[in-house]
Design a protein around this ligand. Structure first.
Ligand code: ATP
Length: 704
């Protein structure tokens, strides 16, 4: 047993070291501030070159200072005592002393790997691994793992991991850098090229691993990954909001976080389709439909052209227009790109008609074309016959059931045509669903862009139109950051793409993702048991393989750090009904509190939910998630509005939005409906969101 004096002595030892580190940090911070000030002094010179230099200087100094500030809390969290008597400290940031000896090793550096990887079976020269807990600059505790039992070192503490897991859940996810486990570390540090696949059950830290891996890659090869960019894709805006603070807490701001509904510029979708519709929209069969749609005329396009020119009636009939269309749009070409060729075809046809009527026209062809081009009736025809098509127009045109049936012939069943046409009919009013976004992206690809005149790059130091002198520090920093990160809205050349909740990415969505990382390396994390996808497996594998090129490095995570044993037992019982042999993770914590199951009448459902939420707000310190079936979130949220006690701690989400989320306590509403709407696997997801308490509220029995 650890005596209190040994513990106090060890804490005091670490406090002395931390004091030294923070003193050095203060010096480094002052130096960075000084560099910023010097940067500003350059402003007096007044010419553009000096301004640019000043900006670069200020930007880098400010960045360094921001990193030093961001990493202040919990700066040093680990210590390794090696067999040869040497000692290393591991922290959020690498810090060197005046004479360049390392005071703290960055957790991502190769030298820090032993902190996460060493075990009693494979100690790697480590005798003792120590975790240091602190608040502000004060050491509050130490926890040791003795890896060499023969070593003569004091050993104190009882489990930094459990201490960290028992903290209340904040509204956003936290970084786990101090307690990353060995199997997680192996995934985080896997090679930077190719595809890193991480699988594991609920709460095994897949999301945490994916985000720490992004931070790791940025540290190991900043020019490659910050230069090309890292894209992190998650299932929903709620999820992106939840994970958004992890990278900044690690001092990283250069990754782009997007939900699947936000990947296409100008579109922001959070609405979800019912499962059967989402399955068809996600299927590669849609590719056939869209390919056909992208080549077709819109239903209201004119079918012939008649105009009088200098007293003569000129005509291009339907058959001729169709011939021109085919000639202008050979296989492999894209509609919007060949608009000019299509127009030329019309000029040719009109000129030919004129020649047929008047073999020696009194105007040369260029003049003939110029006169026609000036006429608004002719321009209106061209615009209506071969408009510059936008993806949304083409998708919207599929609301016409007959048109969709024709375009979907041989690939869509009649019931699918009806369901899809109805869904596309809502596009104009309600905007696209998440599944529609992949279809819009595909159409964008299929329709192509008209050749554009080259635009001049915007001056990154221009803060407002016409204002190129930056006046405030904030403007200056923002402008410099923009310069580093300025990428076009439809940027597609990411150096690394992280896909979270990958089990739910449909084939059409894989195509959309693939287009954003053609030369990227990938980190793909997911849990097949949690999938809501119930389409064709072979098709899914094909689409996924198409996106993820390169050597694969596979990792499996096996410990559930989120759920208490009692909660995960209930969830496991549910998934076992459909996947009796699926490997399930082992939960590490027990609370002794089993989930509560409340059966109520439909009339008292909302009141029961409210009572359950109030009880949980009392019982836990952190967040309470209320997970509802699709279609009842608004009603349930309205019923829970204005709870003075909640302090923003209550969040109401649908079962599909609950993917990837975590709450201290969960009220799960109508499990039988969730399972009927989206499947048992989605119910499994909902049941595995809580860390401490789970209350299930149902109006009918939902399990045997
Ligand atoms: N090594 C660790 N130390 C401390 N906390 C951890 C560790 N690994 C995971 N956690 C915590 O466990 C919880 C679950 O992690 P995470 O959300 O990454 O799991 P997941 O595998 O993505 O889950 P799901 O598939 O259910 O969405 C989070 O609160 C995370 O911070």
């Amino acid at each position: 047993m650890t005596s209190q004096t040994t513990l106090s002595r060890e804490i005091a030892t670490e406090q002395r070291y931390l004091d030294r580190v923070y003193a050095r940090l203060a010096q480094l911070r002052a130096a960075a501030e000084g560099a910023e000030r010097d940067g500003y002094r350059l402003a007096g010179v007044g010419n553009y070159g000096a301004l640019v230099e000043r900006d670069a200087m200020v930007f880098h100094a400010a960045k360094r200072r921001a990193a030093l500030d961001a990493e202040h809390e919990g700066l040093v969290f680990g210590r390794l005592d090696r067999r040869d008597g040497s000692v290393q400290y591991v922290g959020r940031l690498g810090i060197r002393d005046h004479d360049t000896t390392p005071l703290v090793i960055d957790w991502r550096a190769p030298a820090a790997a032993d902190f996460y990887q060493a075990t009693a079976a494979d100690p790697r020269d480590v005798v003792r691994r120590r975790m240091i807990r602190s608040r502000g600059e004060t050491v509050t505790g130490v926890d040791d793992d003795l890896l060499d039992p023969s070593a003569d070192v004091p050993v104190v503490g009882d489990g930094a991991l459990l201490a960290s897991l028992n903290r209340a859940t904040a509204t956003g996810m936290r970084d786990i850098v101090a307690t990353i486990q060995r199997e997680q570390d192996a995934a985080i540090r896997s090679p930077a090229s190719g595809v890193t696949l991480v699988e594991g059950g609920p709460g095994t830290g897949k999301t945490a691993v994916a985000l720490h891996r992004a931070a790791y890659l940025l540290y190991r090869d900043r020019s490659r990954f910050a230069g090309g960019g890292i894209l992190v894709v998650g299932p929903s805006p709620v999820f992106i909001g939840y994970i958004a603070t992890v990278l900044p807490s690690l001092g990283e701001h250069s990754a782009t976080l997007k939900s699947l509904g936000d990947l296409v510029p100008g579109v922001s979708a959070g609405r979800l389709d019912p499962a059967p519709v989402a399955t068809v929209k996600g299927s590669l069969r849609m590719l056939t439909v869209l390919r056909r749609a992208a080549r077709e005329q819109l239903p209201d396009a004119p079918t012939e052209l008649r105009l009088t020119w200098r007293g003569r009636l000129l005509r291009v009939d339907a058959a001729m227009l169709e011939r021109i269309r085919r000639r202008a749009l050979p296989r492999g070409r894209r509609r919007n790109e060949v608009r000019r060729a299509a127009f030329d075809g019309v000029f040719d046809a009109l000129w030919q008609d004129l020649l047929d009527q008047q073999p020696a026209p009194d105007r040369p062809r260029p003049e003939f074309e110029e006169e026609l081009s000036d006429r608004s009736d002719f321009r209106d025809f061209l615009r209506a016959w071969w408009p510059l098509l936008r993806p949304a127009q083409v998708l919207g045109s599929l609301a016409d059931r007959r048109r969709l049936a024709r375009l979907g012939s041989g690939v869509l069943s009649s019931a699918e045509v009806t369901a899809l046409a109805e869904s596309f009919g809502e596009l104009a009013e309600r905007g696209p669903t998440v599944a529609d976004v992949a279809l819009l992206d595909e159409l964008d690809q299929l329709l192509g862009q008209p050749p554009r005149p080259k635009r001049r790059r915007r001056d990154p130091y221009q803060v407002a139109p016409g204002v190129s002198e930056v006046t405030t520090y904030a403007d200056r920093r923002a402008a410099a950051r923009t310069a580093e990160r300025e990428r076009p809205a439809d940027y597609r050349d990411y150096a690394h793409v992280v896909v979270d909740e990958a089990q739910d990415v449909s084939p059409m969505q894989w195509r959309m993702l693939g287009r954003r990382g053609r030369s990227a390396s990938w980190t793909v994390v997911g849990d097949p048991a949690q999938t809501a996808w119930n389409g064709d497996e072979a098709e899914l594998a094909r689409a996924r393989d198409g996106a993820l090129r390169g050597r694969r490095d596979e990792h499996t995570l096996t410990t559930n750090y989120r759920n208490s044993k009692e909660i995960f037992e209930l969830a496991a019982g549910v998934i076992r009904t459909v996947a009796p042999t699926a490997p399930l993770p082992t939960p590490v914590r027990s609370t002794g509190v089993p989930p509560e199951e409340l059966l109520t009448s439909p009339a008292s459902l909302d009141a029961t939910i409210a009572t359950a939420v109030d009880a949980l707000l009392e019982q836990v310190e952190g967040t309470v998630g209320v997970i509802t079936p699709l279609g009842s979130r608004e009603r349930v949220a309205d019923g829970l509005a204005e709870r003075p006690a909640s302090d923003g701690r209550v969040q109401v989400v649908t079962s599909l939005e609950a993917k990837g989320m975590e709450y201290d306590a969960v009220v799960l509403v109508e499990p039988h409906t969730i399972s009927a709407q989206s499947g048992v696997r989605t119910l499994y997801v909902a049941l595995s969101r809580a860390t401490q308490r789970l209350t299930v509220v149902a109006t009918e029995p939902w399990r045997e």
